[in-house]
Design a protein around this ligand. Sequence first.
Ligand code: DGL
Length: 235
Amino acid sequence: MRIGVFDSGIGGVNVLSSLIKKYPNNEYIYFGDTLNLPYGNKEKKELLKLACNAIDFLLSKHVDIIIIACGTISSNCYDDLKNKYDIKIYDIISPTLNYLKECEFKNIGVIGTTKTIESNIFKISNKNILMKQTPSFVPIIENNEIDDKQDDIINELKDFKNFDALVLGCTHYPLLKNLIQKNINVKTIDMGDILANSINISNNSTKSCELYFSKIDKNLLDNIKKILNTNYIIK
Ligand code: DGL
C-alpha cells in the first residue's frame, strides 16, 4: 500500500516511525511543510489551505490513504478534509481520544500547540484533564535545542508531576520523551504509537520510504537521523 503522511515538519516523522515499526512492508511518502512551520498558532483558513496543499501533493504521488500526522490540522480541519476528499484520511487525535476514554488513568495532562488546546478536542467528560499550550517546544525541537533549553522545558511541565499520564498532543513532542521521563514522574502517551496500533494496514512486499520537505536544513537532517533508523530517500 502507498501511505501518505504529512505534518508541518519533523513531528510527523515520529508518526511515520511508529507506522513503519508496525507495518514495515509498505511504501511511505512523507511531506513535511517546513517552509510554513509552525502550524500551531495559525488560523483555520490558513491551516486548511496548507493541509490541502499537502494532501494534493501526496495525491500526485498516488497514495492509497492519507494520515494527518499533525495534531493542529487534526483538531481544526479533519471534518473539512474528510468531506472534501474521496480518499481515506486518518487523523492523529481520534485514536488517542478513544484510548483515553477507555483507559484507567484519572488525572491526565495534555500538552499541545495553541490551536490544538484552544479547540478543546481533548475535553473528556469522565476524566480530570489539565491542558496546557506549549508552543515554544516546536521551534526548540526543530532547531535541535532540546539540550540547551532543557531547564525551560522541565519548568513548563512541572504542573504534570505525579499525574497518571501526559498526552503528547503535538506530534513533535515525542522527541522530548526521554527528557520528560527522566525529570517528571509521568507516563507519556504517544499519539503515533496509538494510531499505529489502532489502524489496520495490509503489509505488501514493497518496502520504501520517501521524504519530501518544503525546506531542508542541517537540523532537519539531524533530527530525521535521530528518529528513523531505516533506509529512506530525502527529496
Ligand atoms: N506537529 C504538529 C502538531 O502536532 C504541528 C506543530 C507546529 O507546526 O506548530 O500540532
